[in-house]
Structure formats: C-alpha cells, structure tokens
Design a protein around this ligand. Structure first.
Ligand SMILES: [Zn+2]
Length: 301
C-alpha cells in the first residue's frame, strides 16, 4: 500500500523559536522512514512549508538522530519495518526501541504468528504498532488480529493503534478503504474485554472523539494516549482544549508525548514546543507527559 499518511493539512503557522527546557523526553510515536516513502519528491511540511531536507536513507537517519539529541529525546519508540528500525538501532542502539508497524510503506504482510511470537520472545520488537488499520477500514477487534493480541498480552508487548481521523481527502487519495468510523476509540472495547492485561496506546489521543476517549480511559486503566500529530498539525488552541479536557478528567498519568514526525524533521521541534508551552500544564505534568508516563508504559528504566 502506497499510502501517504499526511495526518492533517491545516495551514496554520507556528513561531520558529524553540523553547529548550532540556527536559528528558521519550517520543512514543516516531517513524523510521525511508527515502521514497512519500513519493520521489515528498510534499513540504504542511505547517511550515519546508521541504524535507534529507534525500537519502542515510541523510534521514542522521538528521533525525541529530534532532533527537538536540531536544534531549533519549528514547524513541520506532514505528517502521523491522529492516528500517534495525538501521536506526544499529546507528544509536540505546536511543531506539523497535515497534512493528502495520500496514507499512513497503506493503509487507504481517509475519505469521510463529514468527511474530519469536520476535517478541527475542526482544526484536518491544511494541506492536503503529497499527494504521483505519486506513484499510479495518478494526483491531477483527478476528485475524486475535492471535497477535494474545501473544502481545502474554509477553507484555504494548499495542499502539492509530485512532481518530487523518488528512483531508484521505479516502480520495492514498486510501480508498479509509473510514472515519474505524477510528473510534470505543471500537477497542471488545479487545480490552478479551485481553485484560493488554497495554493499549491510543495514538493521536482518539482526537476528535473526546467522549469516547474519556470513557475508555475511565474504564480501562491499561489504556494510555499519545498526543502525536495533534500536537503540531491541528490549530494550537484546538489541541490545548482537547489535552486540557483529558488533564481535567484526571488522566495526567496516562498521557504520553509523541511527534509522529513522518518525513518532516521539524515535526519533532514543533510538537515539543507546543506541549512545552501549554499554559495550563505545570512542570510536574510536563515531566509526566514528556517522560515519566512513557517510561512506565514501556518499562523504560
Ligand atoms: Zn497515526
């Protein structure tokens, strides 16, 4: 599937001055992209208008690592193919944690369940996602994913699911099977009922389905959210309003920072700056969102 996952294309502009608090950060939604994943000439960043500078696989690798170091992102959960994740891990082993993305940009099929179990047993993957099933109009409760979820539950492997929406025109461009309905957080309820020990990461914080996200988080304490993409691709006040609602509802211990930088390196700095500048978050809450919550969810020491 040659999908171009441009999450939201809303032309708003952020200031370029970055607030550096030197806070320790874990990025739970980082993509290990390859050259060509978004076409021969990748589109510019929809927010800044900047074209991605890195043109080769090595350039992508090096520019991402340089940015993560600059912003003190000490760990990144890599969502990508096993092969591309291995490139990142071999270059900077202590920074990257491998997570199996599905579907991916190379149209790889899922490994069979025996191979998948081996990947978990041998710690070749520490998370399962991003699962962009919504782009195929599919849901995680489909029975074909059931054996994979049982394995994840058994080995304590978190499952990271794309929820919410996507870029304007998604069904008319990359993904004719895309369904808004398939991104609703409550569709995860049957999975959580069947797998009470399964850790689930609601990618993009279920945005814009706030009520469903809150309901799921109240009933199922094993559900965490990441703020990725929403933290730099939607209007800032809209993001703040949604994030504040989750904080007010009492979930500050289960919200995790993510960039979802895709091919735009500057997505990392934009997203960090937006969370850092949230006027309603105190310092302790920022420490939780940027590091502590993810450290607990992914067992990072
Ligand atoms: Zn996503």
């Amino acid at each position: 599937m040659n999908k171009t996952v441009l999450f939201f294309l809303i032309p708003i502009f952020f200031s370029q001055n970055i607030t550096s608090q030197n806070r320790k950060i874990i990025d739970v939604h980082f993509h290990t992209r390859s050259a060509g994943d978004y076409g021969k000439i990748p589109p510019p960043n929809p927010i800044t208008g900047k074209a991605p500078k890195a043109e080769t696989n090595d350039m992508i690798l090096n520019s991402n690592i340089a940015l993560l170091k600059e912003y003190n992102v000490v760990k990144a959960i890599c969502s990508g193919t096993l092969k591309r994740n291995a490139d990142f891990i071999s270059k900077d082993p202590s920074r990257f944690i491998s997570s199996l993305e599905y579907p991916d940009h190379q149209n790889n099929s899922l490994p069979d369940t025996l191979a998948f179990k081996k990947l978990c047993e041998e710690h070749k993957i520490s998370a399962f996602g991003e699962l962009g099933l919504q782009y195929e109009g599919e849901v995680l409760s489909d029975k074909k994913y059931e054996p994979y979820l049982s394995i994840c539950e058994k080995f304590g492997i978190p499952v990271a699911v794309h929820t919410g929406i996507a870029a304007p025109n998604t069904p008319y461009t990359c993904c004719p099977n895309f369904k808004i309905e398939a991104g609703k957080p409550l569709l995860l309820e049957p999975v959580l009922l069947k797998h009470p020990k399964l850790k689930v990461q609601l990618m993009h914080m279920g945005y814009p389905f706030l009520e469903e996200t809150k309901a799921l988080m109240v009933i199922f304490p094993q559900v965490y959210v990441d703020v990725s993409a929403v933290d730099w691709l939607v209007p800032k006040e809209e993001f703040y309003s949604y994030l504040k609602a989750l904080i007010t509802a009492g979930f500050e211990d289960r919200i995790m920072y993510g960039s979802d930088q895709m091919i735009w390196e500057d997505g990392i700095s934009l997203s960090i700056k937006t969370v850092e500048e949230a006027p309603f978050l105190n310092d302790a809450q920022k420490d939780k969102i940027f590091y502590k919550n993810a450290s607990k969810f992914f067992n990072i020491q």
